[in-house]
Design a protein around this ligand. Structure first.
Ligand code: FAD
Length: 434
């Protein structure tokens, strides 16, 4: 392997933020802020906040990722009106060269006082465009040492997972997030979290619909670990789908049905904090996970394409859908406002990868606009990236990288072959090697 791998896990301190460290112009109170080193896992952050009676605002389903890693690829959950992890990040401490480190926040959203920035010995950079570009930058903007996150008071989820007919009522919710007179547990009440899983081999049994409503915190509830005997209600397909190993095509439906029935069970009226509902689940086996972002109005068209393809070449896995609010990150793949994430989770095999490739080719042929999750299986080149995000956004991201990193040697150090292939290194071909 070319390059170096950094283990950031030992950088795992988290801090409350004092009034002296908070800008007087900050829109909220110091109590809302929490500062973490990059190697803190999302689950560790969640647990640290729980002790303070606070909570993160959203996260992915499993939370073993680091805060820096999940932010850098735009990791999301299913907070339909909120967005991804990037949306609660309000400042970054980044080492951009061997001699320079910066405190980066938006000019329009001041957070840290000079006391904090000076104590770190960092150079303050307050700029909305630079900050938005750095949010989703998959390691290209230097070494992110610290992240300031905005939190909220502890709350509870009231969670349900049920099987409902995959019919017009669900299609309406999928395409428009319109919950009027919905068959969900609280009818027309708009859920905080909405997610659908389709097992293509058991559609007659209905779609799996996970709905979570946000409720005020009370200590008067039974935590989900004891309620569900160890199965965590926020778990999604990657947590169990690795159990599908080497099924021959004719047996894929039977294998998928058996695994889903055993592992992904409906439940109702389960209550828990964010840290309890979304934990750090261990995965078993080798999992293929791919995710694309689309405009929700295309969700049924995309589903038809998936079923058409699946009829020819059965996928060893299932299809999941989550929805999140649009991203403020320049290259956030949740670019639609809101975005529907269509996820293919299955056995890691050449056949599964071929299925994904054919799926993406069919989306292209159908003229459907989509993006790829930066942290999952994807297929990009410099033309498709520009088609997905637009040349202006790509230019803004490249300009921001150059402005922040300044030093060509540092830019080279944080460039890999993939970035060169994607035309995202921003270094002239003749200058790629020192
Ligand atoms: C079991 C499982 C479940 C998942 N569930 C979800 C989900 O629910 N929703 C979702 O959106 N995604 C999900 N993912 C995808 C996952 O969130 C992303 O791949 C995430 O980016 C992984 O984070 P990581 O901490 O492991 O970082 P890595 O994979 O190590 O890094 C991710 C990127 O961040 C960069 N990076 C990491 N640390 C730093 C740093 N300190 N400074 C600069 N750059 C840095 C790396 O260079 C890399 O480009 C899941 C993945 C798995 C394995």
């Amino acid at each position: 392997m070319d390059g170096i791998l950094l283990n950031t896990k030992p950088l795992n301190l988290t801090f409350k933020v004092s009034a002296a460290s908070t800008s007087e112009a900050y829109a909220n109170t110091p109590e809302d802020l929490h500062f973490v080193q990059c190697g803190v896992s999302v689950q560790e952050l969640s647990l640290a906040l729980k002790k303070r009676g606070r909570s993160i605002k959203t996260s992915g389903a499993s939370n073993g990722q680091t805060v820096a890693g999940s932010m850098s690829t735009g990791t999301h959950g299913a907070a339909i009106d909120y967005g991804s992890i990037t949306e609660f990040v309000v400042a970054l401490h980044i080492i951009v060269s061997p001699t320079r480190h910066i405190w980066l926040e938006r000019a329009s959203y001041p957070v840290a006082s000079d006391v904090l920035v000076n104590r770190l010995g960092a150079e303050r950079v307050a700029d909305d465009a630079l900050f938005n570009a750095a949010l989703v930058s998959f390691g290209a903007f230097g070494f992110i040492h610290g992240i300031m996150v905005e939190t909220e008071p502890q709350f509870l989820y009231e969670a349900h997972r049920e099987r409902l007919p995959f019919d017009e009522k669900i299609h309406k919710m999928m395409q428009r997030l319109d919950f009027t007179n919905s068959p969900l547990p609280h009818g027309s009440e708009r859920p905080f979290h909405f997610q659908i899983v389709l097992n293509p081999y058991d559609l007659k049994g209905g779609a799996y619909v996970t709905t979570m409503y946000k409720r005020a915190f009370t200590s008067n509830y039974i935590s989900p670990l004891s309620a569900l005997g160890g199965v965590v209600p926020g778990d999604d397909a990657p947590a169990f789908i690795g159990g599908l190993v080497g099924a021959i095509p004719d047996l894929i439906p039977i294998a998928v049905n058996a695994l889903v029935a055993a592992s992904y069970k409906p439940y109702s009226n389960v209550w828990g904090t964010h840290a309890e509902i979304f934990t750090n689940t261990d995965t078993h086996g080798r999992v293929l996970s791919s995710g694309i972002g689309i405009d929700p109005k295309d969700s049924i068209r995309v589903t038809k394409i998936l079923f058409e393809l699946n009829a020819d070449a059965p996928f060893s896995g299932i299809f999941s859908y989550r929805w999140v609010g649009g991203s403020t990150a320049t290259l956030g793949f949740t670019k639609f406002k809101p975005t529907c994430l269509v996820e293919l989770d299955g056995e890691l095999s050449d056949r599964s990868i071929e299925f994904c490739k054919q799926f993406w080719a069919m989306l292209d042929a159908a003229g459907i606009n989509y993006t790829f999750h930066w942290g999952k299986v994807l297929e990009l080149n410099q033309h498709s990236i520009r088609k997905m995000y637009g040349q202006n956004n790509i230019n803004a991201w490249l300009d921001a990288r150059k402005t922040l990193m300044q030093d060509p040697a540092s830019m080279r150090a944080f460039t890999n072959d993939l970035m060169v292939d994607w035309g995202l290194d921003g270094i002239a071909a003749g200058e790629r090697t020192a």
